[in-house]
Design a protein around this ligand. Structure first.
Ligand code: HEC
Ligand code: HEC
Length: 339
């Protein structure tokens, strides 16, 4: 009897070791112990007129913060922001397909329901490193993996501007993801342990690369697999499905391929972003042209210059055609059967 107990004990110990090694070498221990987070600092970002202006420009016209952190009329072309909702967050579940319930929080300076009591560094860490003010790993639908590349000075400007928004009292529920996603996302946040210098804007292409990165164009324009990872080789090639009150549309191929936007010139690109029309064709409002339309001519031109340098990918996506299965991105979208 004792021998049996001992054997069972040994087998159990071995199993635990195998399991531990398995976890160590596969998903790691992060899902169980929480996200990697650096300690908070007492850094404060001083408000200056330059930072306020730059912050407003980035928040309102480049990074599309208000696409998620404000309420919209998503059925109208241009998706106007509803009155008094700037920064109050949004119930994101109007977009279908999340692994759980996702809410963009109130980031106005309201003390009880918003960011009024969060320090500058709590905001800084959330925006670029994906750890919330209370230490949670943020669901990476909040584009902190893009904002990671935001320069220290641009980050300071964004936070100075957020502090200037009118405080609005509006409680949002906390995001609740399903098992196992709620544990797995704890592996995503990575602390930044060095400064992020000002971007190199010495050529339009380099300037455009920075803008396209912090504007999160790839989040929608690169299709994803079932686990939410971008499909390798399909950067900017479209086919990502956005289904909600605006309708069901796939993002466009914006690579310089014939099936993409090789036929655009800079004037046409600028006009599409400014008006939400490509010639006579209406662009759906889930494409944030109504955000980017406030960018300067120089910045819009720079984004186009950069997009001309990305790898052309053959991938036909056309929302005016009926949705059919596409073997390139494995989604069902307009013109999919032509790939
Ligand atoms: C695509 C939608 C989207 C965009 C764009 C977006 N956010 Fe978020 N943001 C979210 C969601 C959703 C959450 C909550 C995620 C969660 O609860 O896991 C969030 C969380 C946050 C938080 C964390 C709040 C806390 O509890 O600590 C801050 C701060 C924030 N966002 C600021 C910004 C700023 C500033 C921008 C623009 C530079 C921005 N967000 C752009 C969707 C977005
Ligand atoms: C929230 C998701 C989303 C983001 C972010 C986004 N797009 Fe789009 N984009 C779309 C969708 C969806 C379409 C297709 C709209 C349609 O067919 O009506 C589209 C269409 C376009 C088109 C029109 C292509 C054509 O069909 O002629 C251009 C150009 C474009 N996007 C550029 C950009 C750029 C540049 C950025 C970043 C600055 C960006 N998009 C960010 C979703 C997005």
């Amino acid at each position: 009897m004792y021998k049996l107990v001992k054997t069972v004990g040994v087998v159990f110990a071995v199993l635990v070791l195998v399991l531990a090694a398995g976890i160590t070498f596969t998903i790691g221990w992060r899902p169980f112990i929480g996200p990697k987070a650096r300690p908070l600092t007492a850094q404060k970002f001083q408000s200056t007129p330059e930072r306020l202006a730059r912050g407003e420009y980035l928040v309102q016209h480049v990074c599309d913060c208000m696409g998620c952190h404000a309420e919209h009329d998503w059925t109208a072309h241009g998706a106007p922001i509803l009155p008094n909702t700037l920064g109050v967050g949004q119930d994101m579940n109007l977009l279908k397909g999340f692994p759980g319930k996702v809410y963009a929080p109130n980031i106005t300076p309201d003390v009880e329901t918003g960011a009024g009591n969060w320090s500058d560094d709590q905001l800084a860490r959330a925006i670029r490193e994906g750890v919330s003010h209370d230490g949670r790993a943020l669901f990476p639908f909040m584009p902190y993996l893009d904002f990671r590349h935001m320069s220290d000075e641009d980050l300071a400007s964004v936070i100075v501007y957020l502090r200037s928004l009118p405080a609005v009292h509006k409680q949002r529920p906390t995001t609740q993801l399903i098992f196992p996603v709620k544990y797995l996302i704890r592996t995503v946040p990575e602390p930044l342990d060095s400064t992020v210098p000002e971007p190199d804007v010495s050529t339009p292409e380099k300037r455009g690369k920075y803008l396209v990165t912090v504007a999160g164009c790839t989040d929608c324009h690169t299709p994803q697999d079932a686990h939410g990872h971008p499909v390798a080789g399909l950067d900017f090639a479209g086919g990502f499905i956005l289904d909600g009150p605006w309708g069901r549309v796939a993002s466009a191929n914006i690579t310089p391929d014939q099936s993409g936007i090789s036929y655009y010139d800079q004037a046409m690109f600028t006009e599409s972003i400014r008006t939400g029309f490509v010639g006579a064709r209406k662009l759906n409002q889930i494409m944030p042209w109504h955000t980017y339309r406030g960018m300067t001519d120089e910045d819009i031109g720079a984004m186009f210059a950069y997009l001309k340098t990305v790898k052309p990918v053959r991938h036909h996506v056309d929302n005016t055609e009926p949705p059919t299965f596409c073997k390139v991105c494995r989604q069902t979208h307009g013109g999919g059967n032509e790939n």
